[in-house]
Design a protein around this ligand. Structure first.
Ligand SMILES: [Ca+2]
Ligand SMILES: [Ca+2]
Length: 227
């Protein structure tokens, strides 16, 4: 999925470590949300959500409606600002090739989003249905299940999923380092025969200045049996 050129969202800046917007950008997004919320219900229905995503992205109708259903878990027929904010951060993460960072930073909400039947595990079917959100293809998803389903029941519990998110971030950091290294080699600033430095742990800048609504935090509890 891609943002359409020149749309409002392209003017927002996503922090690449925390995959969140600054408070200032979040305020601008609130104003935008209020413009979309023509019925003044502090929520968007599926038609409003569809029009918004159809206007700003190249997502197909079936994917937009699936995303709406994933967000509207209590089947109220609408989604609030917190869910809207999460979607916008995800769209910007895509735009900046930070999907894996997004999964790592928001592992709780992502797990909850993928766990359609609220069974506290993610099945291959659940994962495949929403793979488009994180740029994961069928082969990649199969590999993930093979590698991280430690308990062997062909489902990922939260602990297994968390391991996968750590793997994601490591892979993304290595990729980013290699990309930067290639740039420096091209500029003649680094010896091409010198091996790349190992990936470091994620940066720990304090997220104090970023807007983090409740739904972006892993606020749900995992039963003892599945952890
Ligand atoms: Ca499930
Ligand atoms: Ca498992």
């Amino acid at each position: 999925m891609k943002l359409k050129p020149g749309c409002f969202l392209q003017y927002l800046y996503l922090d690449e470590t925390y995959c969140l917007l600054s408070v200032r950008n979040a305020k601008a997004l609130t104003d935008y949300f209020q413009l979309l919320d023509v019925h003044k219900k502090n929520a968007l229905n599926n038609l409003q959500f569809y029009c918004f995503l159809h206007y700003v992205t190249d997502l197909k109708k079936q994917h937009i409606m699936l995303l709406f259903d994933l967000l509207d878990r209590n089947a109220e027929g609408s989604i609030g600002f917190d869910e809207f904010y999460l979607v916008v951060c995800l769209l910007l993460a895509h735009e900046n090739h930070l999907e894996k960072q997004f999964i790592y930073r928001h592992s709780g909400p992502v797990f909850r989003l993928l766990d359609v039947d609220d069974g506290y595990t993610i099945s291959p079917t659940e994962f495949q249905a929403a793979g488009f959100l994180f740029n994961l293809n069928k082969d990649e998803l199969e590999k993930i299940f093979k590698e991280f389903d430690v308990s062997g029941e062909e489902k990922l519990n939260y602990k297994e999923f968390k391991m996968f998110t750590i793997f994601c971030i490591d892979k993304q950091q290595k990729k980013e380092k290699e990309r930067k290294r290639r740039g420096l080699v091209a500029q003649g600033r680094v010896d091409a025969t010198r091996p790349a430095e190992p990936a470091s742990s994620p940066r720990t800048k304090h997220p104090h200045f970023y807007f983090q609504p409740e739904t972006v935090q892993p606020h749900f509890s995992i039963p003892m049996g599945s952890a």
